[in-house]
Design a protein around this ligand. Structure first.
Ligand code: AMP
Length: 283
């Protein structure tokens, strides 16, 4: 595996691999790798001749009062884990390589960014995500890019960019990888102390309660959300949001008659955590 810092080096390696007939898979990350990240690398490794993992804690997607400064960083450990997964290139640029002086362009997606994490974190968050992902697509020119369903709204935003801007990249969404008690793996789980870590499992249990109601035939959105909320309340967790929305355009729904996204965000101890389930209500 090679660790590259510059766009020019990445372009040269990708061009070389392509001339040899290899397809290219990209896994965008912010590092602090866990099994969730590694599952994306494996999916890319299975499908492509060249696998590029980007490691970039993207400053533009963090708000003023968010955790950009304290976000966990350990490139040496990450590089060893990526290498063990057979990754070819770890692209770990400095911020100035991605955002040189005079950088002035933002990709803004309307609609799906107005709700859930977009509403809570503010418009800069998904603007930052959409812009950096579009840049990575321009830098790496991958055939496919791999994202985790854990960040369900991010997947919808990226799909929207790809469709609207006719970008020639396939977006692959991979299943959520969980700890043994159901907590969705996240780099931010490192912020949890022992007590908060135990309480954090309630997010998944709340989603499971909503899912169980749905599996039992419940189609009323408010009642499904109430079931899930009760589990959070038992754990003393007040969510930032816990909502059931259309899984494709994130519009509010009263009844489930297609695929629905049950999504939660909550502060638990020192961490802001998110999780979700798709409830498949289609025919
Ligand atoms: P991050 O480094 O947190 O920006 O995440 C990089 C990629 O890994 C994103 O596409 C995330 O959705 C994905 N990811 C993070 N946690 C998980 C998880 N528990 N299961 C699957 N994918 C994940």
């Amino acid at each position: 595996m090679r660790i590259l810092r510059t766009i020019a080096e990445v372009r040269a390696v990708v061009a070389d691999a392509r001339s040899g007939g290899a397809s290219v898979g990209l896994v965008p990350t912010m590092g602090a790798f866990h099994e969730g990240h590694l599952s994306l690398m494996r999916a890319a490794r299975d499908a492509h001749g060249l696998v590029v993992v980007s490691l970039f804690v993207n400053p533009t997607q963090f708000g003023q009062n968010e955790d950009l400064g304290s976000y966990p960083r350990d490139e040496e450990r990450d590089a060893a884990l990526a290498e063990a997964e057979g990754v070819d290139i770890l692209f770990a640029p400095e911020p100035a390589e991605i955002y040189p002086d005079g950088f002035a362009t933002t990709i803004h997606v309307e609609g799906v960014t107005d709700v859930l994490c977009g509403a809570r974190r503010g418009p800069h968050h998904f603007d930052g995500v959409a812009t950096v992902v579009t840049k990575l697509f321009g830098i790496v020119a991958p055939d496919a890019a791999y994202f985790g369903q854990k960040d369900a709204q991010q997947v919808l935003v990226v799909r929207r960019v790809v469709r609207d801007l006719n970008l020639p990249v396939e977006i692959v969404a991979c299943p959520i990888v969980r700890e043994s008690d159901g907590l969705a793996m996240s780099s931010r789980n490192a912020y949890l102390d022992a007590a908060a870590r135990r309480r954090a499992a309630a997010l998944n249990r709340a989603l499971a309660a909503g899912e169980a109601a749905f599996a039992g035939g419940e189609r009323d959105a408010a009642r499904i959300v109430r079931n899930a909320r009760a589990v959070l309340a038992d754990a003393g967790i007040e969510p930032e949001y816990l909502e059931l929305r259309d899984a494709v355009d994130l519009r509010e729904i009263a009844q489930i008659d297609g695929d629905a996204l049950l999504a939660v965000a909550a502060r638990v101890g020192a961490a802001r955590l998110i999780d979700n389930r798709i409830l498949r209500g289609g025919a």
